[in-house]
Structures are given as structure tokens and as C-alpha cells.
Design a protein around this ligand. Structure first.
Ligand code: DQQ
Length: 540
């Protein structure tokens, strides 16, 4: 349906048509980034799940390849579900994934490339002895899925974790293996959190406390923290916590018991699920992929013939300044798409005003902003001690002394449609200042069949820091990163007016007391090449 084709993106990964969900088995091999994904070849809704496959030199331009694995065995006939890759020291690739059997039992299966010399890894072989793991006694047959990348232990074994639940407690089961064929289940669990329900797509990986390089999944030591991430089936969000991992005892302990998995921090406060990292040995970084679903109706998805995007891959680092969160940032390769830079230096935005930014068409943008508030106003502001939450405090329309202020993205000239991405500053007792970062979908579209909510959270801001924002805009997706990626919000929006040449960008200040200046760098973004598979293209 060409009427809806403007919703397709220009530089986000998506298949030509039909349904996509979780990222699977990302890896770098012989000069190529490989990306696999949950895919329904038969329609724009979830079902008939197989593994799609694409390759890239730079994580931005993609070539679609034939399906890597289809549902053709008794142990995966109901779906070739999510899995992860492990690269062994001899460069062999091992893929573990969940099969949904002919009886809808969740089992773990092994696959490997048919030809290690083929850099495109086009053909995959399923191990003849599959499945390699079945649900252990006491585990629900439908509560056992999504094996992680394996890490190497000092015992000379490979270790994986798999998500499950016991009643309402989310848990991570642990297995050791030498050959990826036979496994030994460890006593106890890597971690468990009551009340969080089924843990899908667990991710478990090291981050460095001292360097801004990523770490191979098997690294550990005094300089290392471990991130535990679970995708909570019950609330469809990805939560992580930082902690320390003792490989000998097999225990992972969160740094802060109050900010545990499923309770404290989210990767992203918008639409972002079933994510997975991989270690990119090419650039020594850890890269995060996340599935960005639609927030229109299923009916609309069927009409437009496709559903879901992948977020721009993000590098993930431990935030050495706060010590309490990760930093997520779009991979540097995205900057190759930047065109026509415009600078706006110290634009004054008075309380209660909207200022247009002349950037031409505003459907494909990379925006970098720094805000400077009038510090005297902040210092002298009354200590409101307001209980603020992005979700429930009235969105961008609700005026406070020190916010909201930020940008109106994917807006039209009359502002009949707009998506505010903004900060809200609250003055607390003793002069404390708390900053929140939100995105408000409530006026994003005049359409009625789309989700319209306000998303966001607290963002840590240290003394002396200015407030900063990076926003990637791509037709129907807005990815926003505050304070260098401490807090992120991904928003799907479906404007009907603010499209093509009618899309605009504005600064806004809905605070009652403070003006601010904004300094911006804004680029138009080129489209990425995301090319369909043709046997010809592959042979050139
Ligand atoms: N998606 C897969 C499962 C996983 C879920 C099925 C998470 O393996 O638990 O498509 O979105």
C-alpha cells in the first residue's frame, strides 16, 4: 500500500516485507557483520518463525541473504526461535537457538555454517543429534528459551545461560559444555528476581570499569563488571543491572540490590525489546541490537505489509562517571550518512515559546543539542519537590518552573502533529536538582489507531554538566539519547501531516520561569543501501 509507504525507514534495518522480531546471533566474521532475525515469511504478524539473514560491511548498509534456517525438523517445526552465536578460538562458529517442537516444547538446538570458508555464511547445518537440551525436570516445557552466547570458564568449559521462571520468579538456568553437544546443568541459578515473570532473551556480558573498549564475552577480572539483562515477557521491556560475577561460585551479584533486574534500569524507556549484544572483534566494541516493534494496530501492519524495525546498533559502555549505568550510543558508522550540516549557535528560547529550526525537510535527521539553562534561575527556583514521572505528569503540555523544554520532532507547520522530546527539571529539598527525560506521543499523529503515551525516566546529570541530547529521526522512528546515552527513549510515531516535505523541527520551552539557549548541529541523513537478495549481487 503506497499510501503508507512513507512509514518505511531510510536507514534502519528492516526486511522488504512481512513481520520481523528479535535480533539473533549477531557476529563479525571475515570482514562481514552478520545479522539474523526472527522472521515470518508469510505475513506481517508474528508466526511461522524462521531466521532471516543479512550481511553488512559497516552495520549500516545491508544485503539481504536467503533465509538462514527454516522450520523443517520435528524439534523446530513450530518455530526457529531466538538464539546466539559463539565464535570459538579456532574461528569456528557455533549457533545455539530455541526450537519449538511438534508438541510446542521449547528445546535448545545446535547449528553451524556449512562452509567456514564462505564469508557470507549462507548455508547453515542443523546438528543431526538435535535437540541438545530439553527442559529440565521442574521447568515448564514452554518456559525454557533463548540461549546466550557462551563464555569460557577457567575450568576449560563453555558456559551458557537460558531464561525461565518458577511461578512468578524470573530465573537464569546455567549449563556447562565442552563440545556444545552434551551439557551439564549447574546447581542453582545465575540470578533470580521474584515477581518479574518469564525471562526472555537473557544477555550476560562484561564491561570494563576503566577503558572505553568493549570486552570479549569470556573476559573477567578486577577491572570488569558484568551486565545481566532480561526481557520481561510480562511487561515487554528490557531491564539490566550492573554487578559482579564470580565464575568459580557461579554467582552474579547486583551492585545495588534495589536496582535489580526488572526493577531498576531499562535499556530504553520507549519501544525496545528482546535485545542482544555481541563483541565486535573488528572494532573492539560491544554492540547492542534491539527489536523496535510497531505501535500502530495489527490491522495497519497487515495493510502496509510489514511490521518492525531494528534500532540503530548501539555501542555499550560502562559509565565511568556515574558508576551506576551503561552508556548507549549509535555506532559511529551511522555518521557516514550525515549530509548538509547546519549549525545553530546559542539560540535563545524564552519561557513559553516555540522556535522553528530551518533545516528543510525533517524526516531523516541526526540532531545533536546542548542546552544551557539560566543557572541563576535554577539556583533561585523554589524547591517544588514535585513528584514527577514522564508517564503520569501531563506530558509536554504540563508547565513547571524549569521544564518541559526540548525539541518538537516530526511536526508540521501548524503543530497539528508533533512529538516533543524534552527535559523536565525538578528542584528538590536542599537545593538538589533532578532531571527527567521524556518523549510525548500524545500529539504525534491525528490517527486514532496508534499508541499515544508519554515515556521516559530520570537521567543522571552530574555537577557542572550541561544537558545534552542526540536524536535520530527516520520517518516513523525517533531514537533519543540523553547525557551521552545514560537514558534513551525510542519512539514509533505515525504522523499523517508531518510527512515528506511537510515535516519540520522546532525548539520549544514550556517552562514558566526559565529561558535557555540551545546550540545545535543538525544533519540531513542520507538513505542507507538495504538491498534485496539476488544471486547476481552475491557473485559480484
Ligand atoms: N521471541 C522469540 C522467543 C523469544 C521471544 C520467538 C522474545 O524465542 O522468547 O519469536 O520476543
Amino acid at each position: 500500500n503506497s499510501m503508507l509507504s512513507w512509514q518505511r525507514t531510510a536507514f534502519h534495518f528492516q526486511p522488504e516485507k512481512n513481520w520481523m522480531n528479535d535480533p539473533n546471533g549477531p557476529l563479525f566474521y571475515k570482514g562481514w557483520y552478520h545479522f539474523f532475525y526472527q522472521y515470518n515469511p508469510k505475513g506481517a504478524v508474528w508466526g511461522n518463525i524462521v531466521w532471516g539473514h543479512a550481511v553488512s560491511r559497516d552495520l549500516i548498509h545491508w544485503l539481504h541473504l536467503p533465509l538462514a534456517m527454516v522450520a523443517d525438523q520435528w524439534y523446530d517445526i513450530n518455530g526457529v526461535w531466538t538464539g546466539s552465536a559463539t565464535i570459538l578460538p579456532n574461528d569456528q562458529i557455533v549457533m545455539l537457538y530455541t526450537g519449538s517442537t511438534n508438541e510446542s516444547v521449547q528445546v535448545q538446538c545446535l547449528a553451524y555454517p556449512a562452509d567456514h570458508k564462505d564469508p557470507l555464511l549462507t548455508k547453515w547445518v542443523k546438528y543431526s543429534g538435535n535437540p541438545v537440551l530439553v527442559p529440565p525436570p521442574g521447568t515448564g516445557v514452554k518456559d525454557f528459551r533463548d540461549p546466550t552466547t557462551a563464555w569460557y570458564t577457567t575450568d576449560g568449559k563453555w558456559r551458557i545461560t537460558i531464561g525461565s521462571k518458577v511461578n512468578k520468579t524470573g530465573i537464569s538456568l546455567v549449563y556447562d559444555t565442552k563440545d556444545f553437544i552434551t551439557y551439564e546443568q549447574l546447581d542453582g541459578v545465575l540470578h533470580a528476581v521474584p515477581g518479574t515473570g518469564m525471562w526472555e532473551c537473557i544477555d550476560f556480558y562484561p564491561v570494563s570499569k576503566t577503558s572505553d573498549k568493549g570486552l570479549d564475552t569470556s573476559q573477567n577480572g578486577a577491572d570488569v563488571k558484568h551486565v545481566m539483562k532480561a526481557s520481561l515477557d510480562d511487561d515487554r521491556n528490557d531491564y539490566y543491572a550492573l554487578g559482579s560475577y564470580n565464575e568459580k561460585t557461579g554467582k552474579w551479584v547486583p551492585d545495588n540490590q534495589k536496582i535489580d533486574v526488572g526493577i531498576g534500569i531499562r535499556y530504553d524507556y520507549g519501544k525496545f525489546y528482546a535485545s542482544k549484544t555481541f563483541y565486535d572483534q573488528n572494532k573492539q566494541r560491544r554492540v547492542l541490537w534491539g527489536w523496535i516493534g510497531e505501535s500502530d494496530s495489527e490491522n495497519a501492519d497487515v495493510k502496509k505489509g510489514w511490521a518492525s524495525l531494528q534500532g540503530i546498533p548501539r555501542t555499550v559502555l560502562f559509565d565511568q562517571k556515574t558508576g551506576s549505568n551503561l552508556l548507549q550510543w549509535p555506532v559511529e558508522e551511522i555518521e557516514k550518512l550525515r549530509l548538509n550540516k547546519k549549525n545553530f549557535d546559542k539560540v535563545q528560547v524564552k519561557a513559553g515559546s516555540v522556535v522553528p529550526l530551518d533545516v528543510g525537510t525533517a524526516t531523516q535527521l541526526d540532531i545533536v543539542v546542548e542546552f544551557e539553562l539560566d543557572q541563576k534561575v535554577v539556583e533561585s527556583a523554589a524547591e517544588s519537590n514535585e513528584e514527577f514521572s514522564c508517564q503520569t505528569s501531563g506530558g509536554a503540555a504540563k508547565r513547571g518552573a524549569l521544564g518541559p523544554f526540548g525539541l518538537l520532532v516530526l511536526a508540521d507547520d501548524s503543530l497539528s502533529e508533533r512529538t516533543p522530546v524534552y527535559f523536565y527539571v525538578v528542584k528538590g529539598s536542599g537545593g538538589t536538582v533532578n532531571t527527567y527525560f521524556c518523549a510525548d506521543q500524545t500529539r504525534s499523529s491525528v490517527a486514532t489507531d496508534v499508541v499515544k503515551q508519554v515515556s521516559g525516566s530520570y537521567v543522571p546529570v552530574l555537577k557542572g554538566e550541561t544537558l545534552s541530547l542526540r536524536i535520530l529521526v527516520d520517518h516513523s522512528i525517533i531514537e533519543s539519547f540523553a547525557q551521552g546515552g545514560r537514558t534513551t527513549i525510542t519512539t514509533r510515531v505515525y504522523p499523517t501531516q508531518a510527512i515528506y516535505g511537510a515535516a519540520r523541527l522546532f525548539l520549544f520551552n514550556n517552562a514558566t520561569d526559565t529561558s535557555f539557549t540551545a546550540s545545535l548541529q543538525i544533519w540531513q541523513m542520507n538513505s542507507a543501501f538495504i538491498r534485496p537478495f539476488s544471486p547476481d549481487a552475491a557473485s559480484h
